[in-house]
Ligand binder design. Sequence first.
Ligand code: GUN
Ligand code: ZN
Length: 447
Amino acid sequence: MTNSHQQSRNLSAYRGHIVSPIDGSRLNDIRDGLLVVDENGQIVFVGAESEFDKDAANLQDKIIRRLDFGKRLIMPGMVDTHLHLPQVTATGKSGEHLMNWLQRFIFPSEIRCRDAVYARKIAKWFFDEMACNGTTTGVVMTTVHKEATDIAFQIASERGLRVIMGKMMMNANAPPELTEELSASLSASHELCQKWHGADGGRLMYAFTPRFAPTSTSELLKECGKLWQESKGSYLHTHLAESQDEIDFVKGQYPSARSYVDVYHSFGLLGKNSVMAHSIHLDEQDIKLLRETDSSLAHCPSSNFFLKSGVFQYNRILKSGIRFGLGSDVAAGPQMSLFCVMKDANYMQPHDWLGPEELLYRATLGGARALALEARIGSLDAGKEADFIVVDPRRRTGIISDILDRSIDEILSALVFLGDDRIIDATFVRGRQLFSRENQESELVTA
Ligand code: GUN
Ligand code: ZN
């Protein structure tokens, strides 16, 4: 593999079994591999340790820190393309389809974020959860509250996670505590975008976030579309065609629209950097339009199981060329671990098998592509930013103890079918360690 940035100083070297996707069917698999990261958090070398010793001798004396993870896996951090920060307190509340579930469990939990003290507590919890689940990038919805969203950005900034995040926009069909004036919603979103989009060298990014059509007036969708298009490089993040009760509601709001997708399209909400969560109930024309506009999707199988929303048309979307990633959709998804989400993506398809390589790609590089961030993250390659996790499948009961000596196929299968937060030993974003399992240090060799 390659090395770059011959001028780099103060390098950190991580030794272990490197597993990094190339595409949905191929990956780099390097036992006794080395990942070398510079002080800015950029990867300067990935490859076999022996290759480094041969080809990059000039970098040897610049290494100031060495961690040896032995046979453990060094993999790109997980990219969660859709989840809700305030909903970490509301997981596991079952028994209703989407529209009633929102009213009964979710809106009450979101109302609490008007209290800044609570909002701070919940944001800390959320970002700690991301780090210990090995999720290095999240596309995150907050609540309608400007202050709570500002606090969430502050905590993400301090904690070091990579986020695309935005204040929820809602001005219809919601409890009064979550219903905003249109002009206030637009100005708060604009100000938050100005303040945070691109912060810390682009680690923090802003997404304009109309919750979905049912809680928006047509004016909100239209003005939001304009604001997003004027705010260069920002994202648009919303829910689309998740459940039948939602679709029926939208039909009542827009009786003459051909489809839900057309409603969003008519307000200028589709395009590159537009992330549509769920997108289950789509027909051929919807798929064509999403492809033509280069919009991307967040597939959230655990959530779709939980709310009994329907089955994402995985292979049809794959064939269409639409970019898509995986999302935990906490709290409709009961857990944040994308390893659990990968397994559910496979289980959800009634007839098709989704292979571990495809699922691992979807949770990392595929997600990064859906967010147009593949030049920076999603795989371990020289020149990219060092967002990576250290994974030890042996920490999970039910996995054979010599798994790390087995073939890559066996290892990947164990990760996808048995993996969860317990297998994450360490999480790094841009080379900064954000999570470490307690008893890990004693096993590390540090120079
Ligand atoms: N659609 C609109 N809001 C939500 C939400 O909070 N969760 C899910 N799963 N779907 C939604
Ligand atoms: Zn959601």
